[in-house]
Design a protein around this ligand. Structure first.
Ligand code: ADP
Length: 410
């Protein structure tokens, strides 16, 4: 019986899932979908690899519908779909692995207790990531679970790039730059050799531009710097997050506006970024389609900050061989890529506008000193691969990487 691996990504109001199946030595995505609208208007949808809907349901009980109910339903559904496959393990996306977890880990009660200690470092994400692990440890103890962290890929950052200029005692207590979106960057680093072997061995800046947005400097496959820091608030402006902001602004908001930590958290995580600047939307598509001058300003600021961070990461790398765009905006927005590449001309990027219009994968001209690429990310496949490796440490089934999503093909 062939193995399957379930990948779960649990947030405050949704649980996303992907079910991978072993086929011909590789991992193919079988089903994917989500239960969303937890505690409000819960809805379930599952699609097969071709995008056809294979399951759909909604519930009316709203506020009572919690993560446990969602997991119960999800498990029942998946068990029903698993004929011919054995559930070999479950891989979870977990935002924070602290300094301790430099790679994915099989979770038992002891590991879970250590992951709980990172909740103060990522209070909006970590508790929700851990909820299904806790429930499944209790209810499905026979199914191995593996936690894969958004921070792990950045643990190769030199000490100097992790340091804030604050007293040592705070640094030692964990107030330092961790970096996030690591599973996405790790995936990009893992497939880059098939696109551009020279860049993969050299210096690359990858741009993960989704609702959350960050950039990462990668040298010979390893992260050396990231725009995200202690939290996933740092760096680029995002859909609703501010990105970098003078810390003096926070003092001002406390003193003059009498805002407390929760009010500032709401402002910086949920009311800022593209939404805050435009007053229109957090959705890049809507901003690009809008005639509202504030929407145009939001896009201009977004690109300006990408340009500034690119200079910073290229400086951290001491040069650049390639630029890679990924995630919702990076994979789909011709205009954002066009403008970001033109802004990077001084670094040696020559845009091939027609190739960019077609979506790549290569969007720089043949004579461009720095190559530019569109590479769809696949964090779920990265988690599935990690889970398989952790559960199969002798590598008996370890096999050449094969992509699960057709969109990731060259
Ligand atoms: P998440 O970080 O939630 O996974 P995604 O990676 O799906 O988000 O990215 C969502 C963002 O991608 C949204 O701002 C959306 O507007 C943007 N996006 C998706 N398609 C396009 C497109 N064709 N043009 C511009 N932006 C797009």
């Amino acid at each position: 019986m062939a193995d399957s691996i379930l990948v779960l990504n649990a947030g405050s109001s949704s649980i996303k899932f992907s079910l991978f199946v072993e086929r011909g030595g590789g991992l193919d995505v079988g089903l994917h979908g989500q239960v969303e609208g937890l505690y409000a208007s819960p809805r379930f949808i599952a699609k097969d690899a071709s995008g056809s809907t294979v399951g759909e349901k909604s519930w009316s009980e709203g506020a009572q519908f919690d993560h446990e109910r969602a997991l119960d339903y999800l498990f029942g559904f998946i068990r029903g779909e698993l004929s011919g496959f054995r559930l070999a393990g479950i891989g979870h996306r977990v935002v924070h692995g602290g300094l301790e977890y430099t790679r994915p880990v099989r979770v038992d009660a002891g590991v879970l207790a250590r992951l709980d200690k990172f909740v103060p470092l990522a209070p909006l994400h970590q508790p929700h990531n851990l909820t299904p692990i806790r429930l499944l440890l209790a209810r499905q103890p026979g199914v191995p679970q593996v936690a894969c962290f958004d921070t792990s890929f950045h643990r190769t950052n030199p000490e100097i790039s992790q340091r804030f200029a604050i007293p040592e005692e705070l640094h030692d207590a964990g107030v330092r730059r961790y970096g996030f979106h690591g599973l996405s960057y790790e995936y990009i680093a893992s497939v880059l050799p098939t696109f551009d072997a020279k860049a993969a061995a050299g210096k690359t800046v990858a741009l993960h531009l989704g609702n959350g947005a960050s950039m990462c400097a990668i040298e010979a496959g390893k992260s050396v710097a990231s725009t995200m820091g202690f939290t996933a608030l740092e760096g680029l402006p995002m859909g609703t997050r501010s990105g970098a902001i003078d810390p003096g602004v926070l003092l001002y908001l406390m003193d003059e506006r009498k805002m407390d930590a929760r009010a500032i958290e709401d402002l910086l995580y949920h009311q800022s970024g593209l939404l805050g600047m435009s007053g229109v939307s957090s959705d890049m598509r809507k901003l690009l389609d809008s005639d509202d001058p504030r929407a145009r300003l939001a896009v201009d600021v977004y690109l300006y900050r990408i340009r500034r961070e690119l200079g910073s990461l290229a400086a951290a790398l001491g040069g650049m061989d390639a630029l890679v765009f990924t995630a919702g905006i990076g994979e789909n927005s011709v205009e954002i890529r066009d403008r970001a590449c033109r802004d990077a001309a001084w670094l040696g990027v020559k845009l091939d506008a027609a190739a960019n219009g077609r979506g790549g994968p290569r969007i720089s001209t043949a004579d461009s000193r720095v190559s530019a690429w569109v590479i769809p990310t696949n964090e779920e496949l990265m988690i599935a691969r990690h889970t398989r490796r952790v559960l199969d440490p002798n590598g008996i089934r370890e096999s050449p990487i094969r992509e699960g999503f057709p969109s990731a093909a060259l």
